[in-house]
Ligand binder design. Sequence first.
Ligand code: R5P
Length: 319
Amino acid sequence: MRVFSGSSNKPLAEKVAKQLNTNLSPLEIFIFPDGERRIRAIDKVVGQDTVVVQSTSPNPDVAYMELFFIVDALKRSGARSVTAVVPYLGYQRQDHVFRDGEAVSLEVIIETLESVGMDKLITFDLHSIKIPELFKIPIAHLSALSIFAEKIKELYPDYKKDSVLVSPDMGGIRRIKILSEMLSNMPFISIVKDRDLVTGNIESNKIDTNLPDFKKEVKRAIIVDDMISTGRTIDAAVDLLIEQGIEESVVFATHPVFSNDAINILENSKVSKVFVTDAIEVPRGKTFPKLEILSIASEIAKNLRPVQQVQSHTEELEV
Ligand code: R5P
């Protein structure tokens, strides 16, 4: 198997290749003065299974164009299969028509990827569980939730007594239920969030909970979300939780999109820790003291290993 990397998240691609006991295969990505890209697979890939790692943030349009060309280059060069690892699938929030006259951008992206020859997609924590239905090819929808569960157990051994899981909106309730099961049915609540579709402003928040006396017993809120984009959802959630008497809030989110003023908002917010994954590369200029990055590389590698190798890896762990 040959592993290639687009230019959006090379550190993650390198970690995945290392887990698979290989190195990244060389790819020529040449940018012309007018911004166009020329892609060329340097080594022979005839008859080989290939993998391309490419996150689609920041600059989703450039990242997608590059991915289309890489898949096309590999297919034209005779690769037997191309698996695209797109940990963060950009445009996923445009998966249906919200208002008359809108494009369904995600569907356009999927059709293009399928038409250039992508054979399988591996992605993480999609915004909606309906998205996989839009694909005609196989898709592995993986999750960082098990990584989050391990971290919660390690950091907060009394989590069942002193913490509550919080979904910052009703759309995230399924995710919270899965995590709660992983953590021996840890209690959870959800916030009701309204977002203005035109301005993106978060207009009102209230807690929707059936949890008896949760305010008296719970010291810590563990907010879990699929992504942090502007950071406004988290900021508003933390303020509301403080109003409700919660002393400490931490957040776990798979995708650090960190757009606009997100870093400032998170640094100045009363959230005490922000855990994200390397599904999107966080450049040095966007890190801050409260931030900790967990890696999804081994989850990806597990999914790429041929069955035989998975077995021997499990045996190694058992020794
Ligand atoms: C929304 O439904 C998502 O689950 C996230 O809560 C949202 O996309 C985060 O966006 P932002 O950080 O801009 O509030």
